[in-house]
Structures are given as structure tokens and as C-alpha cells.
Ligand binder design. Sequence first.
Ligand SMILES: C[S@@+](CC[C@H](N)C(=O)[O-])C[C@H]1O[C@@H](n2cnc3c(N)ncnc32)[C@H](O)[C@@H]1O
Length: 213
Amino acid sequence: MSDRAMAVRVRQHVNPLSHKFRQDIAVPDWSTIYKQPSQPLHLDIGCAKGTFLLEMAALYPEQNFLGLEIRHPLVVAANERRDRQQLQNLHYLWGNANVHLGKILGGLPLHTVTIQFPDPWFKRRHHKRRVVTPELVATLAALLPAGGRVVLQSDVLEVAESMVQQFRAHAAFRSTCTDWLPQSPWPVATEREKCVLRKGLPVYRWQLERCAL
Ligand SMILES: C[S@@+](CC[C@H](N)C(=O)[O-])C[C@H]1O[C@@H](n2cnc3c(N)ncnc32)[C@H](O)[C@@H]1O
């Protein structure tokens, strides 16, 4: 089936604070999902249709990839696409990063986290819906080992600055750059990134490392 044929209709934004996104979710037995569960894990928070990870997983079979996404129909479609490509190092999970992240990884060896073009929630009264919060940063600090990597991207300067400030405010994270990265550290662009670059608009990118405390 072509990607056009599998297009799914979904709401453009959902409110992550709503009750229905705060209930328990089923976490799979990772040994039945990944062919080699001990491979380093790259977690992409808010992966949408998951095209970025689909391409990354094909390029890097020695790593595992997990996309966490709050819009359920996108997760179902992404896993179907993963199955058609027979990738055994990739999975998409329905969940709310601000609620479920601490419980989903089990023993998987997290190594890299990407948060790319998160919903900007421009209105001040909606800022509390943004995915990067001090609690999310603390959860990632607890999950990532020393040397683990966090890559942040946004086309909205205020959102990018807010994400960077929150990670820099946590003692466990150290920036590995001193200014916005001139280009993506990845050979693959995300869905939103492709759209932004096509319009010739800037992208703000930052990278941090989990330090040994
Ligand atoms: C603007 S899209 C960007 C998608 C993709 N990262 C890209 O760069 O093309 C942000 C995505 O994050 C998802 N999202 C928002 N809040 C979330 C949360 N709390 N947990 C998981 N996913 C979330 C949204 O549903 C949406 O698919």
C-alpha cells in the first residue's frame, strides 16, 4: 500500500493534559518487539507519522528506535508501515511523554533522545501543554546513562530557547555546542523539518550530553 493510501485522518493537536491521555497504557514485552533488545536505543518523543525513525532504523540496524506519540491512529499506521518494511529494530508506542515516559522503557538501554519540532502551543495559557517541562527533563536525566545524548530541534525560536533553558537548568545535562547547530546531526530530516526547509525558514538545533555526576 502506498503512503498516500495509508494516510490517516487525525486531529492536528491534542491536549496532553486531558484525562484520557493520563490513564495507564500497555507497555509491550520488549524482547518480543526488538530482535536485539540490548542494542542502544534512540527514543524520538512526538514522532508523528514516524518517517524520521523509519529511515533512521533502515540506516542503522545496529541501533533500536522507539517513537513515542500521543495520537493513536498515527502510531497504528506507523507500526503497519514498519511491518511492511520488516524492520525489527523499530517500534512506535502510543503514550503521553509527560505521563508515561518513566514507565515504558523497562531495561532498554536508552542512549539518544530526540525532541523535534514539538507542538509550539503559542498562547501563554497553553504553554503548560508543551512537552518539555522540568519534570520531563528530570525523567530523562534518570533514564539516560552518562554519555547519553539529547538533540532538540524547532523552527520556533521561543520554543527552542525554552527547551534548551530547561535542559541547561538541570545539573545532569551539559551542552555539547555553544550556539545553534548549523545543520542537523542526522542524515535524515523529520516531516516537519522538510516542510520548514522547503520554505527556506530557519531551524534552531541544540545538543546536550548526560554527564556523570
Ligand atoms: C509538530 S509535531 C512534530 C512531529 C515530528 N517530530 C516532526 O518533526 O515532524 C509534534 C508531535 O508531537 C506529538 N505530541 C505532542 N505532545 C505529546 C506528548 N505529550 N507525548 C507524546 N507525543 C506528543 C504530537 O501529537 C505531534 O505528532
